[in-house]
Ligand binder design. Structure first.
Ligand code: 1CP
Length: 353
């Protein structure tokens, strides 16, 4: 008869495998969740969202609760991420923002001058009651499964505000950064304050981990990132004060920025698919965990390829202090949801201690 200890399943969100991996503590198995796990890959999401604008859905606590729970029920992932959007704090503050289907966030009056920066409305914490209601409902429903709160990092939000919508090169954003350094710093200060308010509201209502999305930071040189962006992202994390929740810091194309992304105050660095996790561990150092990094496009390939790539990511993730399995960026809308369920099962099977 084997006397090997049976791994004890987590009993509380704050002691879940996700939180433990983020802190570099032993886990019962590698935790897995998927960026954009809620959303268009799920038929139940498409039917619930039909006829409701994205930003209205984000401000309806019952819809937020249901959409956040859908992928947890379906895939058996180890974390929920609040259904919301990085532009929501701007909307709640009263800015003219719309999320256009098939495009993304579009800003009515883009920020192009020093006066535009000064005129940005502030986010009042009291206006986030609906969000805290959603978080409390979720915590009650989720049991031992942790809820991740999130915010957009100042740089990535600034790209939408300055460009007026999604863009590839972010050229206007960079031009503003170089031409108006004081207004740039003031803009990112304001966005950091609002991101911190958004995160505190989620943590105070029961989120047990946070992720800062700096999705587009990879367009910057390390020198510009270090001087003109990192201090503002650090201010967001500092704004959490004594709240003892692990902090995940993610961007795309950040291979050259990985050490800096960690230095902004993260427990976990999110890595895209371009850098293998063993190499990312060398860049980030031994004192932080990693999250990632399966290429979301792999999920559109055949099952043998999916399995091979999942195994590779799991193996390379063993180099890290702690590993949270995820994609290198969000789930693509054409992804077959059954493949996501399979990936979650395979990661668990490969890593159960
Ligand atoms: O109608 C729809 O279904 C709109 C699609 C959609 C969804 C489902 C958008 C518009 N946002 C969201 C939800 C969302 N956005 C989540 C939910 C939680 C989950 O992951 O399941 C999260 C975390 C975000 C964050 C977000 N929004 C980011 C950072 C993450 C990333 O993908 O890099 C960014 C850059 C945005 C802006 C945004 N919102 C929506 C779109 C299509 C975009 C990207 C546009 C662009 O390419 O610039």
């Amino acid at each position: 008869m084997s006397l090997a200890p049976t791994p004890v399943p987590p009993t509380s969100p704050a002691d879940s495998d996700l939180v433990r991996a983020a802190r570099g503590l032993p886990v019962s198995r590698t935790p897995v969740w998927f960026m954009r796990q809620a959303g268009r890959s799920l038929p139940e999401y498409r039917s619930l969202r039909a006829g409701t604008a994205m930003l209205d859905a984000c401000q309806d606590p019952d819809m937020v609760t249901e959409i956040t729970l859908q992928p947890v029920r379906r895939h058996g992932v180890d974390a929920a991420i609040l259904f919301s959007d990085i532009v929501l704090p701007l909307v709640v503050a009263g800015m003219d923002v719309e999320i256009k289907p098939g495009i993304g966030p579009v800003i009515g009056k883009p920020v192009r001058t020093v006066a535009d920066v000064e005129a940005l409305p502030a986010l009042e914490p009291e206006a986030l009651g609906f969000l805290q209601t959603a978080v409390r409902q979720l915590v009650a429903e989720l049991g031992a499964t942790p809820l991740i709160g999130f915010a957009g990092a100042p740089f990535t939000l600034a790209t939408y505000l300055i460009e007026g919508g999604p863009s590839k090169e972010h050229a206007r954003t960079k031009a503003f950064m170089y031409a108006e350094p004081e207004a740039w710093s003031r803009l990112l200060d304001k966005l950091a304050v609002s991101a911190a308010i958004f995160l505190r509201a989620q943590v105070d209502a029961g989120a047990v981990a946070v992720q800062l999305f700096d999705s587009w930071a990879g367009v910057l040189s390390a020198a510009d990132y270090a001087e003109r962006v990192l201090p503002h992202s650090r201010a967001v994390f500092d704004g959490l004060g004594e709240r003892d929740v692990p902090r995940i810091h993610f961007g795309v194309g950040t291979g050259e920025l990985l050490p800096l992304i960690g230095d902004a105050g993260a427990d976990v660095v999110g890595v895209d698919w371009r850098i293998p996790l063993d190499e990312a561990t060398r860049r980030v150092g031994p004192h932080r965990s990693l999250q990632g990094n399966l290429d979301p496009a792999v999920l559109l390939a055949d099952r043998a390829t999916v399995d091979r790539e999942v195994r590779r990511v799991v193996e390379q993730g063993r180099a890290a202090r702690g590993h949270i399995f995820n994609l290198g960026h969000g789930v693509l809308p054409d992804t077959d949801p059954d493949v996501l369920t399979h990936v979650a099962e395979l990661v668990h099977e490969l890593t159960t201690r």
